[in-house]
Design a protein around this ligand. Structure first.
Ligand code: ADP
Ligand code: MG
Length: 484
């Protein structure tokens, strides 16, 4: 019997707001423990929650971006549990009336090679709801520490339908989802900072059947490749169990990334009963048509739509657009350069080759972030302009770029300071060409005997003598004229 996996993902994403979900306490990553709290966060008696309008707007925008339906009303519920990560002993969440219903995420499965676009498909969403995050516990042998900085920060949960069918699809889904949310400024989605977290639900079923099998939920998936590996392991484990006629137990399992296996955390019988009920301190939220329209005006183009547009309108190859478009900041950089000088191919080449190479060489752990880069988009445009005007060759431009990167100077300034401008003084160039012709009788004779490529040897000599500053086209013309 052959089995096929079915996967549904529950993804938590921290919203990029300045303050918390139900209070003005600030939030930012990396602060000293327990410095970002206030009486509301700490659940002091007598405090009352006040909704963060911005967080609700960002959630609606996430929904609009992913094609969700936004019901006219949503409401808040208390999810009750007793655990020190939440001092109130309940978490404010949304149970049966979330902000967003349905929706979908377009994914791309990698094609046969990096040069070919892969297959695209839309993965169905169940819902997106908004809630407050909880604190962070760190356990030691005989004690635990708690940090309430994260407690009360706005968190959205994006729940997919069981509509993913391989670990690779789950990987593609998370990547695509992250790219969309980052592009909209909703979150940075950095999994290492806990800004994006994912639980994976995995089941298997006999190939060709439609009924869902018993699902196992995997937790502690801390990287996108961890999600892929954890799911792959779980599929293998379940398949083996089925083949040995062992029942699959509905349970929560923990992924151990270092060792590469999952272990049982709790079974269905141990599942919590959260006793959800509507929060009496908070009114339901009414979403007007006007509000929706206003929020819709502020949405970015989806990365895959942008990629199709770049290929169609700018005639850029798939490989280049698949580097530019998933990265909203890089794409914006490209468009800013393009606004100065409309040569998409040349500009995109400098960005995806030279700029990315310099960024990755300059970073200490990974690449230097683009917003710390000294080369401004208009400088890239100017560099391409210098080539087009014949001021420098593309060979020289490749040397100018690292200089732009390390100094932050504009390309014209560097070209002037270093005297790199191509000589267009044809008199001087003619003299040089004549000298090369006099000193290289062999290629000259070959060329004259009809061996066309022999002229390249002469050209090379001229370029060398002028240290690359001569315009190759002009050199070609002069040599042919002198040899005619
Ligand atoms: P629970 O009630 O245990 O939270 P839900 O029905 O809310 O389960 O689903 C939670 C997640 O699990 C969703 O992303 C959903 O797509 C996924 N899921 C549900 N059933 C299955 C299944 N049989 N196999 C794989 N994923 C599933
Ligand atoms: Mg559920």
């Amino acid at each position: 019997m052959e089995y096929e996996p079915v996967i549904g993902l529950e993804v938590h994403v921290q919203l990029k707001t300045n303050t918390k979900m139900f209070t003005r306490a600030p939030y930012h990553y990396g602060a000293e423990p327990n410095t970002l709290t206030d009486p509301v966060v700490l659940g002091m008696p007598g405090t009352l929650p006040v909704m963060n309008r911005k967080a609700i707007e960002m959630t609606i925008q996430a929904g609009l971006l992913l094609g969700c339906k936004i019901p006219e009303t949503c409401k808040w519920d208390r999810k009750n549990y007793f655990y020190p990560d939440m001092p109130k002993n309940y978490q404010i969440s949304q149970f049966d009336q979330p902000i967003c219903d349905g929706g979908e995420v377009e994914i791309e499965m990698l094609g046969p090679s990096r040069n070919v676009m892969g297959e695209h498909r839309n993965v169905k969403l169940t819902r997106i709801h908004l809630e407050e995050d909880v604190g962070k516990l760190t356990h030691f042998d005989s004690e635990s520490l708690v940090d309430y900085n994260r407690a009360g920060t706005p968190l959205i949960e994006i729940v997919s339908e069981p509509d993913l069918y391989s670990p690779e699809e789950a990987f593609a889904y998370l990547t695509a989802l992250r790219n969309c949310l980052v592009a909209a400024g909703i979150s940075e989605c950095d999994m290492e900072k806990g800004q994006m977290r994912c639980d994976a639900n995995v089941s298997i079923r006999p190939k060709g059947t439609t009924e869902l099998g018993t699902k196992v939920e995997i937790k502690n998936l801390n990287t996108i490749s961890g999600v892929r590996n954890g799911i792959a392991y779980e599929i293998q484990r379940q398949t083996l169990a089925m083949e040995n006629n062992q029942p699959i137990v509905q349970e929560t399992r923990r992924w151990n990334a270092d060792e590469g296996y999952t272990t049982s955390m709790r079974s269905k019988e141990m599942a919590h009963d959260y006793r959800y009920f509507p929060d009496p301190d908070l009114m339901p939220v009414k979403v007007s048509q006007d509000w929706l329209e206003q929020l819709a005006e502020d949405l970015p183009e989806l990365p895959f739509d942008m990629q199709r547009r770049y290929m169609r309108d700018y005639d850029l190859p798939y490989t280049i657009t698949s580097v530019l478009c998933p990265d909203a900041k890089l794409a914006a950089y490209f468009e800013n350069a393009l606004a100065v000088y409309e040569k998409p191919k040349q500009i995109a080449n400098f960005i995806t080759n030279d700029l990315l190479r310099e960024l990755s060489a300059a970073g200490e752990n990974g690449s230097l972030p683009l917003d710390q880069c000294k080369v401004r988009p208009e400088h890239v445009a100017e560099l391409v302009q210098l080539i087009d005007k014949g001021d420098i060759s593309s060979h020289i431009a490749k040397e100018v770029f690292p200089e732009m990167f390390s100094t932050g100077k504009g390309p014209s300034q560097i070209v002037d300071e270093k005297g790199l401008k191509q000589s267009t003084d044809t008199g001087e160039l003619e003299a040089t060409c004549q000298e090369i012709i006099n000193n290289n009788p062999k290629p000259v004779a070959e060329y004259k005997a009809g061996k066309e490529p022999a002229i390249n040897a002469l050209k090379g000599q001229v370029m060398k003598m002028t240290r690359g500053k001569a315009n190759p086209k002009i050199v070609d013309e002069i040599l042919r004229k002198l040899l005619a």
